[in-house]
Design a protein around this ligand. Sequence first.
Ligand code: GLN
Length: 304
Amino acid sequence: MDYQPILDKIRKEIEVYAHEGKQADYIPALARVNPDQFGLCLNTLDGKTYRLGDSATKFSIQSISKVFSLAIALSIMGKDLWQRMAKEPSGSAFNSLVQLEYEHGIPRNPFINAGALVSADVLLSNLDDPEAFYLNFVRTISGNPTIDYSDEVAQSEQSCSYLNASIAYLLKHHGNLHNDVNQVLHLYCRMCSLEMSCEDLSRAFMAFAKSNEPFSHAGVNLTISRVKRINAIMQTCGFYDEAGEFSFLVGLPGKSGVGGGIVAIYPSRYSIAVWSPRLNAKGNSIMGMKALELFTSETEESIF
Ligand code: GLN
């Protein structure tokens, strides 16, 4: 199928949403991003690439980083990782700490901040240089050696990480962080600050779209069964308290970030990344969600 005419049509149709919502501003450096940008990149398993708009512009991947840190943590710990985090949708905001208290420091899933802080802790406990390992992994999986952290975004987030610090201390109190809280927060903010384009993200997530191949990139090795599990958690928990809505509207496993990026996959078929900084109240890109909803509707290609 030639997807380009469908994508061009979608680009026109979503223009009506171009001024809805605004970019994340609780991280000062993200408030300075031009909100009127839009990019999309689709890679199919038969080797074709399709692009729209600012598909090559790098942006802050934020919570999309949680998929990469989960892949590394799962490769290190295998199923023992699930003693330290659950795999249930939270139905709460990504930075909520309420459930942590009554669940005794076990995060509901790896894609809320609490879970990603535990993944960061696993990386710190097991790797000599977690920042370098993480960066090398993402560069390798996306085939782009120019990908890097943003010192500005990482420092900006860490300077006002009061809520994430509260989550980290609660985890520490319950014995679910083994490293120094500040070191964990530092690594977490670094990973969130990574800058990638839709082209980079779509290529990187081909590793998850190839769901019937074992996953082996830059020292990270996942079996087919573990790839299946990461995809399942993207399906059920990839959009915080909007995971049900995304599943309902789009029907693909995916992950969003407050930088306005969303990446989604159709196992054994394609990987698609979209970016537009203006967010809805749940922290997900408005134009991004709309574009993906239209894409799976027009092509009639969702996993459902
Ligand atoms: N770094 C962000 C935070 O911790 C990530 C949140 C997100 O993208 N949803 O708040």
